[in-house]
Design a protein around this ligand. Structure first.
Ligand code: AQP
Length: 329
């Protein structure tokens, strides 16, 4: 086992998509061979966005199934659900006492939801990054594999760790970020924004059936007109990112050469990309279906992960409570 303690999380807030996979999960799978890895379905984060309570526990199991189907191994990695380890929320409260409120208001994700998406913003959206810091620091995480959209939150986690250490003595490492080669996959319907579970039409689900893959890829935005200097437009660049990730190298190179020569036919590119996606995602889809048919196995995975995560989080909390001066009777 390597020396890094890896922590990362995913929200059970919709269909897990190829952006989540290429930006995060694929990297998680690789890291589990070398390090102690904690991978968490962050359900308390997800309830800060509109959601369906009656379907929520199923959505959590669905996220567990998708991650295991994509290659996370419950024996090598600690796979668990945030709410099952209440030390995360307790640590969140304590860390809130060293977190500057102004920093929270500066977070792009908060500003985006408050202003751009015009949601009624609850306090949980504002304090979200403190809970994220608690998730990581409860395990004294040193390496955090995430997509680019989470980089600002991780920077705040580092600041919170520094502030806690300065106030109460050295306790937490400052976790480092780990980006995959595709840290930001853009939306298929609007390449100016990232692919996102909560934006219908923006994403391609990792579990999509062949017909849905063909349809989603066929609908993907390419060019809205000629690009200056024959540059690749953002929509076409996204298709090439997917091609690089899911097609054989020579296929991507053939289409790149066609683009350079001005002879790229988008319909052909999309058809080939869809075929590659169908083939490469088929084993994930099959494992996912098998797991979803066995809810008890999924619950066992969560129980097993919780039993491994909780002692580590409890040990950190005990140390933190003592340093902060909390009464022990
Ligand atoms: N488009 C993306 N490209 C690369 N990485 C991405 N991630 C998310 N979108 C992309 C990374 O996936 C991990 C899990 O994400 P999350 O579920 O915690 O939340 P998110 O980033 O907010 O994901 P979504 O899909 O956009 O969900 P909603 O719409 O619910 O907010 C993270 O490491 C993230 O960086």
């Amino acid at each position: 086992m390597g020396e890094e303690v890896v922590f990362s999380g995913i929200q059970p807030s919709g269909r897990i998509h190829v952006g989540n996979y290429l930006g995060a999960i694929k990297n998680w799978v690789k890291l589990q061979d070398q390090h102690l890895c904690y991978y968490c379905v962050v359900d308390y984060h997800a309830i800060t966005s509109p959601y369906e309570p009656g379907a929520f526990s199923q959505a959590v199991l669905d996220a567990v199934a998708a991650n295991v189907a994509a290659g996370l191994d419950p024996d090598r990695s600690v796979i668990f659900v945030q709410s099952q380890v209440p030390e995360h929320t307790e640590l969140c409260w304590i860390l809130g006492a060293v977190t500057p409120a102004g920093e929270l208001q500066r977070m792009t994700q908060y500003k985006d939801r408050a202003r751009v998406r015009r949601e009624v913003v609850n306090a949980g959206v504002l304090t979200y990054p403190i809970l994220q810091a608690a998730d990581i620091l409860a395990y004294k995480g040193t390496l955090v594999p995430i997509g680019e959209d989470q980089a600002q939150h991780l920077e705040l986690t580092r600041e919170i760790a520094r502030k806690f250490n300065a106030a109460y003595g050295p306790t937490f490492p400052e976790p480092q970020v780990s980006f995959s080669p595709s840290p930001r996959i853009m939306s298929l319907s609007d390449p100016r924004v990232k692919m996102s579970k909560s934006i219908p039409g923006s994403y391609l689900s990792l579990m999509a059936e062949p017909a849905a893959i063909q349809e989603t890829v066929a609908r993907a935005v390419t060019d809205t007109g000629p690009t200056p200097g024959g540059e690749m437009s953002p929509g076409v660049a996204t298709l090439f990112h997917l091609l690089d990730a899911f097609a054989p190298g020579e296929t991507a190179e053939r289409f790149r050469a066609a683009h350079r020569q001005g002879g790229l036919r988008y319909s052909e590119l999309k058809a080939v990309l869809a075929e590659c996606l169908i083939e490469r995602l088929e084993p994930i889809r099959r494992r996912y279906r098998e797991l979803m048919a066995r809810p008890e196995t999924l619950k066992d995975i969560v129980r097993h992960g919780t039993a491994r995560a909780r002692p580590a989080a409890c040990a950190t909390l005990e140390e933190v409570r003592e340093k902060v001066g909390i009464l022990k009777v």
